[in-house]
Design a protein around this ligand. Structure first.
Ligand code: PEP
Ligand code: MG
Length: 548
């Protein structure tokens, strides 16, 4: 048995097989072969296997995300059968007498270069596709599984670190837990683990070689321990602990359907944070009163080109309809910092967290912003959608947004396209926004405090830097004072203020937030019932008296 310590980002116990997740890039060597015809056969067999894999992915995507999103797998199948592509691979194998892997990789490079140099935007985008299909072929030729996505049974994902663009590709039903060597408590992998309510550890210094792949693992998310090949005693103990956790969850289920009201009659809204349509099931299971933060940038991260207005409209409409009249706050794209999207082709920055991200991208690329706004305004005719803008620092930005929104509404009207009139709010996640929240409150319908970034910018601590996790203190009085100030300023102008950063789920602060008069907490779905329990047991007046 091997034991490793890690930092817990979500509690609970996971028991299952380990899958080492490695990045997609593969090294391909050029190897001379004696029998080129055998390599051609290997190549043809790999093509058939790749087409079968893609058919499986197409069927799955069709059910989960609809025909428009599934179409890409169909396109990839066709590309694999393309005459020019096949001829090129077979020609390299037979004329150069080399291995199939090399011929595929070489063809991928040649075709990708050719596509990229074309004038037609559609053809340019095919460069990424040709690389993608070729990587699939090379993986099959190497005899490896494509990735954890194709794992047959739920597994514990062990990785160096996972970028948001990688986590979005994981089949969430197949993930029992995340264990990473790097990453930080506030990284989006950590946030994803909380959204999925699965145990996760970061900063676990374990070897990432294939020797642990497929072995039995146990993640003790409560105590921050990862066991590989656990002995019977540990396995027994962990199974008992897991049973206890399940029991706790069952007890919390009895709170479903209850109002979030304190003993002395103060109410609070408990909403859920989501990043994906698939999270809606847990939102409902946990009895959320609405969605307080839909991180729409994940729609962009899942794709290798800008999502169209229609694609976005379908997603927002589905969320609005599924939530059946409950408030759904959709945040406009917060790309940048750790959430990088290649096709945005952003300049490399020294300090991306302080660089061109979120609303700064939207205001400098109004065409991208307008596409999302059109989709949001159209979808708001189908439910109670609210729009929220991230990374605001000034009144000027809000006014600029309003101008663009007015243009979008006018255009929709001119085109006779149905749309709603959603509430519009902003995230308070920069110290600047918090400090001028009295001015900003006059401009918008609501505030939602993003404590992840607010802590990072207030304390000047990079939220991604695990070495600084001990300094990253969201309980710092500076952060708490800013929150309290924002809530007061919101109320003075008659608007509501919530918290959608991770701090909102901190059970040690629930009573304090009630005392501050916070109107809404938006948290990962699994946190809603534990917070409701505290709310129901709290007397706010008494709490205020006792804390002085
Ligand atoms: C925040 O900063 O608190 C927030 C909710 O936004 P994100 O974590 O997506 O940056
Ligand atoms: Mg933020």
């Amino acid at each position: 048995m091997l034991t490793y310590k890690g930092k817990s980002v979500f509690g609970g116990i996971a028991i299952g097989k380990i899958r080492v997740y490695s990045k997609g890039e593969q090294q391909v060597k050029r190897i001379k072969v004696d029998h080129a015809e055998d390599e051609v056969v290997r190549y043809r067999e790999a093509t058939a296997a790749a087409i079968a894999q893609l058919q499986g992915l197409y069927d799955k995507a069709l059910k989960e995300v609809g025909e428009a999103n599934a179409a890409i797998f169909e396109i990839h199948q066709m590309m694999l059968e393309d005459d020019d592509y096949c001829e090129s691979v077979e020609n390299i194998i037979t004329t150069q007498k080399v291995n199939a892997e090399y011929a595929v990789a070489q063809t991928a490079d040649n075709f990708a270069q050719m596509f990229s140099s074309m004038d037609d935007d559609y053809m340019k985008e095919r460069a990424a596709d040709v690389k993608d299909i070729s990587e699939r072929l090379v993986t099959i030729l190497n005899g490896k599984e494509t990735s954890a996505i194709d794992a047959g049974e739920p597994v514990i994902i062990v990785a160096d670190d996972l970028a948001p663009s990688e986590t979005v590709q994981l089949d969430k039903d197949k993930v029992l837990s995340f264990v990473t060597v790097h990453g930080s408590v506030n990284s989006h992998t950590a946030i994803l683990a909380r959204t999925m309510s699965i145990p996760a550890l970061i900063g676990t210094s374990l070897p990432l070689d294939s020797s642990i792949d497929g072995k039995m693992g146990v993640v003790d998310g409560t105590n921050g321990i990862f066991y590989i090949d656990p002995d019977d005693e540990i396995l027994d103990e962990m199974m008992q602990l897991r049973e206890k956790e399940e029991e706790k969850k069952r007890l919390l289920q009895t709170l479903k359907g209850k109002e979030n009201i304190t003993l002395d009659g103060q109410k609070i809204l408990l909403y859920a944070n989501i990043g994906n349509i698939k999270d809606l099931a847990t939102v409902r299971q946990n009895d959320a009163g609405g969605i307080g933060l839909f991180r729409s940038e994940f729609i962009y991260l899942e794709k290798d080109q800008y999502p169209t207005e229609e694609e976005q409209f379908q997603i927002y409409k589905t969320v609005a309809e599924t939530m059946a009249g409950k408030r759904v706050i959709i945040r406009t794209l917060d790309i940048g910092a750790d959430k990088q999207c290649d096709y945005f082709e952003m300049e490399k920055e020294e300090n991306p967290a302080m660089g061109c991200r979120a609303i700064r991208i939207c205001l400098t690329r109004p065409e991208v912003f307008k596409t999302q706004l059109r989709a949001l305004f159209r979808a708001s005719a189908y439910g109670k959608i609210a729009i929220m803008y991230p990374m605001i620092t000034s009144v000027k930005e809000v006014r600029k947004i309003k101008e663009i929104v007015a243009q979008v509404k006018e255009e929709l009207k001119q085109q006779g396209i149905e749309h709603g009139d959603p509430e519009q709010g902003i995230m308070i996640e920069t110290p600047a926004a918090a400090i001028i929240s009295d001015m900003l409150a006059k401009e918008v319908d609501f505030f939602s405090i993003g404590t992840n970034d607010l802590t990072q910018y207030t304390l000047a601590i990079d939220r991604q830097n695990i070495a600084l996790d001990d300094f990253y203190d969201p309980h710092h009085p500076a952060v708490l004072r800013l929150i309290s100030m924002v809530v007061d300023n919101a109320h003075r102008e008659g608007i509501w203020a919530g918290i959608c950063g991770e701090l909102g789920a901190d059970l040690e602060l629930t009573r304090e937030f009630l005392a501050m008069g916070v109107d809404e907490l938006s948290v990962s779905p699994g946190r809603i019932l534990p917070i409701r329990k505290i709310v129901l047991e709290t007397n706010v007046a008494e709490y205020k008296e006792n804390r002085g």
